[in-house]
Ligand binder design. Structure first.
Ligand code: UT7
Length: 347
């Protein structure tokens, strides 16, 4: 009689697992044709180059934490937990409600959580993956039991609607995604539920190729009328350079995620890339050899919601019944910093 492999002799492994996912976008839809009414652009320019048809914008008075709270409520409901169960909030954003304190503090208060740890992660498009690695490390040490990780952005209040800003403005939208994270014991194999790999990195040599200068702590005062006249409060981007880096770094980190975990493209059910430009994602998927049917792209409806794109994608896949528990999901992102990252997760 052949004996099966005795798994009880293998070291068991604590893994970070996603217990619940949620997402939220504000109701107001702004199409490419709507933007063409206020600046020199067109659907004919935007859609073929980016894959974007529309994005959602907040109304005046709604900040990133408000969007994050809505996504968090959905994630907590799906996780079957309440605000009282959360002992760590990590809020990834480049558009915090105010300069300080971080938006995680607003979320803690708005949700009515206990007096728990609450911190912001400021790594732009890669924010959710950086946040995932932070939560993963803190959960697996046992320092915290249940983390609420949010990626949320309000871009519409901070972009240039004059012709000067059209290259950047047409790309971005508002939205939020959230995950409730806990831990589970696995067998140390690829079959385990939970996170199998995270890797994040940065190269500040590219910092000025996608950035927003004002207000700045390096100037006295931080914001002047002259700076406003020059539009320094708006993001600027070297689009072609960002495109080139993104299509190099995303495949690189995704390949590392798969090889480190001993997985192949065939093992994957889903690739959920950051949503900056559909053309970037098509090229990344082609380089990796991932079939189109396994790639989740929703940029057509939301534009680039920066730190929110990946959790919105994960949550949407579940909402639409397209992902199932046990699916293996690859994630990759690239953005301002430059920062980039990858993760491999079994739902
Ligand atoms: O999360 C990371 C965030 N960003 C990215 O990943 C962005 C990566 N880069 C890109 O997606 C592309 O570079 C863009 C889609 C942003 C731009 O495409 P491009 O082919 O690099 O265009 P370009 O910036 O070289 O501009 C081509 C032309 C220019 O006109 P001229 O000089 O040829 O007369 C621009 O002024 O298109 C013009 N243009 C526009 N025209 C209509 C730039 N933006 C617009 C616009 N509407 N919105």
């Amino acid at each position: 009689m052949t004996r099966g492999r005795d798994l009880s002799s293998l070291p068991r492994m604590i893994r970070t697992v996603i217990e619940g996912l949620g997402h939220y976008v504000p109701p107001r839809v702004v199409t490419n044709d709507d933007l063409a009414k206020v600046m020199a652009t067109s659907d004919e320019w935007i859609f073929p180059r980016t894959g974007i048809k529309q994005r959602h914008y907040v109304e005046d008075g709604v900040g990133a934490s408000d969007l994050g709270v809505e996504a968090a409520k959905m994630a907590m409901e799906r996780a079957g937990c309440t605000a009282a169960d959360i002992d760590l909030i990590v809020f990834a954003t480049l558009s915090p409600d105010v300069c300080f304190p971080g938006s995680a503090c607003f979320v803690q208060h708005k949700l009515g959580c206990k007096q728990i740890a609450a911190l912001d992660v400021r790594t732009q498009c890669t924010g959710f993956l950086y946040g995932l690695q932070v939560c993963d490390s803190l959960l697996r040490t046992g320092a915290y039991k249940k983390a609420l990780l949010i990626g949320a952005e309000v871009h519409s209040t901070g972009i240039d609607f004059s012709d000067r800003g059209r290259d950047v403005t047409v790309l971005f939208g508002d939205g939020a995604g959230a995950a409730v994270l806990g831990t589970a014991m696995g067998q140390g194999t690829l079959a385990d539920r939970g996170l199998h790999f995270t890797k994040v990195a940065a190269d500040g040599a590219g910092a000025k190729d996608l950035w927003c200068v004002a207000p700045t702590s390096a100037r006295i005062p931080r914001l002047t009328h002259q700076m406003l006249d020059e539009g320094l409060q708006y993001p600027t981007m070297n689009g072609k350079l960002v495109f080139r880096w993104a299509t190099e770094k995303m495949p690189e980190v995704a390949t590392l995620a798969l090889s480190s975990a001993g997985a192949t493209i065939d093992d994957l059910q889903w690739f959920v890339p950051h949503q900056a430009n559909l053309r970037i994602n098509e090229l990344v998927a082609r380089k990796l050899g991932i079939p189109e049917a396994k790639c989740w792209n929703n940029i057509e409806r939301y534009g680039n919601t920066t730190a929110a794109t990946i959790p919105i994608g994960l949550s949407e896949l579940q909402t639409l019944g397209k992902s199932r528990p046990g699916d293996l999901v690859l994630m990759a992102a690239f953005g301002s910093g430059f920062t980039w990252g990858g993760a491999l997760l079994r739902l």
